[in-house]
Design a protein around this ligand. Structure first.
Ligand SMILES: [Zn+2]
Ligand SMILES: [Zn+2]
Length: 382
């Protein structure tokens, strides 16, 4: 190979140019370089392998949106929990301060006993299940070496994933039998707290429906009273209401048409009526919304699947239908057995002690290995 002065000059010039470019790029702030590197990785991930399909492309394009939502949900988790606690406590305070004296003064002893017993039982069930759902760990796969069976490897944790395990972007780790991440609990709903989550939804819905139905007449009375006194306030002599009212307010009181004094409507009465309206509107709204969510989860539990598995099973059923085959969920043991497994009912008395009373018993299995039943059979003869 022969060196010529022209080629050496060209090489020196190109190296200088590259160094200049590199120096210029390094002058950019670190966060811009990080975003640039992330975007490049995102584009490369789109053509990563031959298994890329529309789902992978969709996930990759919306990855920044998912990351932002995960980030916001993670940081606002405690705000949502505080909101649940404050709103529930406000209803309890109204029930004790406003409703209980009314019930004690006007109802028969039998109705008083019913309201006091049912109300307190429902309140204990809500508080117990909310606390347990928020504080119980949903269950994580082991991080050390083990001989447990697994179905895939998590791309983010780089760890083996047992059956029914999914990665939560908000918790940033894999969750056993993951259902969803609940911002109202600031916790993932998984194998070990799924029952607490569902029971909380169920008893909160029952509590809202109870408040809404039993407080309906009180709400109507309070609403009518507020409306009536609002009009009477407006018709009081000498009280300016609009621009013209301001003028009337300056006139001597003898020139107004109304002389009868308004009936006494104290601040205390107004606050009582307003709190009854607040309670009824809040419990009715939450009762409808949470009732729909509870019904949806009840349907999923009957089918022996989680919210995530619902989508997976639907896709799998469609794929197998194209091949002329029927898909059967391997984790479903029939409607009644699915409920027994979910609540941990092993004998008749458990329907009371484990479902209708607070119970901290562990779920059916360890969440790492699962019984798979190809045929319908009564596993638990209750
Ligand atoms: Zn993971
Ligand atoms: Zn989570």
């Amino acid at each position: 190979m022969r060196w010529c002065p022209g080629s050496v000059l060209h090489l020196q010039r190109s190296v200088r140019l590259r160094l200049c470019c590199r120096r210029g790029r390094n002058r950019l702030p670190l966060w811009i370089r990080e975003i640039w590197a992330y975007m490049r990785l995102l584009v490369r991930s789109l053509c990563f392998n031959s298994l890329t399909d529309s789902d992978v492309v969709f996930d990759s394009i919306f990855e920044p949106v998912f990351v932002t939502v995960d980030y916001v949900t993670r940081w606002f988790g405690m705000v949502f929990v505080c909101l649940v606690v404050i709103l529930t406590s406000s209803i309890v305070v109204i029930a004790y301060v406003v409703l209980l004296p009314l019930v004690l003064n006007t109802y028969s002893p039998a109705w008083i006993a019913w309201h006091v017993c049912y109300g307190h039982w429902n309140l204990i069930m809500i508080a117990f299940h909310y606390y347990k759902a928020a504080k119980t760990s949903p269950g994580y796969p082991p991080t050390e070496r083990n001989d447990r069976p697994f179905v895939s490897v998590c791309k983010k944790c780089i760890l083996p994933k047992p059956a029914r395990t999914h990665h939560c972007g908000i918790c940033n780790r894999c969750i056993l039998k993951m259902d969803h991440h609940c911002p109202w609990l600031n916790n993932c709903v998984g194998h070990f707290n799924h029952r607490y989550f569902f029971s909380f939804c169920l008893f909160m819905t029952l509590g809202c429906v109870y408040c809404s139905i039993s407080g309906r007449n009180l709400f109507l009375d309070a609403y009518n009273a507020l409306e009536r006194f609002k009009h009477m306030d407006l018709e009081k002599p000498g009280i300016p209401v609009t621009g013209m009212g301001l003028l009337i307010g300056l006139l001597p009181s003898g020139q107004t048409n109304f002389h009868t004094p308004a009936p006494p409507y104290s601040f205390r009465d107004k606050m009582i009526h307003k709190s009854i309206i607040y309670m009824w509107v809040l419990t009715s709204t939450v009762g409808v919304a949470l009732g729909a969510l509870t019904l949806w989860h009840a349907l999923l539990i009957s089918r022996g699947e989680t919210s995530i598995e619902k989508h997976i099973n639907y896709k799998e059923a469609k794929r197998m239908a194209k091949c002329g085959k029927a898909y059967k969920n391997p984790f479903s043991f029939g409607r009644l057995n699915n409920w027994k497994i979910f609540f941990g009912v092993e004998k008749r008395s458990h329907w009371v002690t484990r479902v209708l009373l607070p119970s901290g018993h562990a779920p059916h299995c360890d969440g790492l290995t699962w019984d798979i039943s190809p045929v319908k059979q009564d596993l638990i003869p209750v």
